[in-house]
Ligand binder design. Structure first.
Ligand SMILES: C[S@@+](CC[C@H](N)C(=O)[O-])C[C@H]1O[C@@H](n2cnc3c(N)ncnc32)[C@H](O)[C@@H]1O
Length: 218
């Protein structure tokens, strides 16, 4: 995979995947975007002190780090599963500046990246991670999730991730009242969610994005 680090407008890094010419985050601010979508409107919307999360696309580890920080701060115990078929090279993730901006330790950030794949790892009393090197289509789980962080590449660059069969899979991975949260609010995507039986909420987006989507299994 051909990748390079790019700076976004809030000073935080993102990764540019040169093969498809798409960044992992918004150019308006990787941290600002991830906090707004996945923390404020994902994790904190649930209002539970125990939760199971599936992240689709581990990538830079930013969503994982933000969730881990919030879990400890708000006393939320989290089982965190994250999948990634194309893990970043060490030379790339070791340069990412998230821990500096978030005022946390580099060791903690690297612990997330360096911990074993395919194994449940305790990071602290609040955060239990399992990273799996697989694609969503090949992923199987005997756990059902309260939240899915759906952070795939855009429908334009990776249309198969936004197909009815993949989104039906996400629906079946959720608990009743569980939800998927994502940056995408494209009409065709919402029509597929509707067809599958998801309840859709349209939420204000972060800077540079009008709307995002939260879709619940009822
Ligand atoms: C928009 S990036 C977001 C990554 C990550 N959440 C972050 O904050 O850095 C999309 C991620 O999905 C991963 N991905 C690509 N195909 C996938 C698949 N079939 N299943 C799961 N993840 C996939 C990519 O490699 C990439 O890391």
């Amino acid at each position: 995979m051909n990748t390079t680090i790019v700076k976004t407008n809030d000073g935080s890094d993102t990764i540019l995947n040169k093969d498809i010419n798409e960044c992992y985050h918004s150019k308006h601010g990787a941290i600002v975007e991830a906090k707004h979508i996945f923390i404020k409107n994902g994790l904190l919307n649930l209002k539970k002190n125990k939760t199971k999360i599936l992240e689709v696309g581990f990538g830079s580890g930013l969503n994982t780090l933000l969730t881990l920080i919030k879990a400890k701060k708000n006393n939320i115990k989290i089982i965190y599963d994250t999948i990634e078929p194309f893990p970043l090279n060490k030379e790339i993730y070791e340069q990412l500046n998230y821990y500096k901006i978030l005022d946390t330790s580099r060791d903690l950030f690297l612990k997330i990246h360096n911990c074993l794949w395919e194994k449940r790892i305790k990071i602290n009393d609040f955060f239990f991670i399992k990273k799996q090197k697989t694609s969503l289509s090949n992923f199987n789980s005997n756990i059902k999730y309260d939240i899915i962080y759906f952070d795939a590449f855009s429908p334009r660059k990776q249309p198969e991730m936004w197909s009815e069969s993949i989104l039906t899979k996400t629906y079946n991975l959720l608990n009743k009242n569980g939800y998927l949260i994502t940056y995408c609010s494209k009409g065709s995507f919402k029509r597929i969610l509707n067809k599958i039986g998801y309840d859709i909420e349209i939420i204000n987006g972060p800077i540079g994005k009008r709307e995002i989507t939260r879709a619940s299994r009822k």
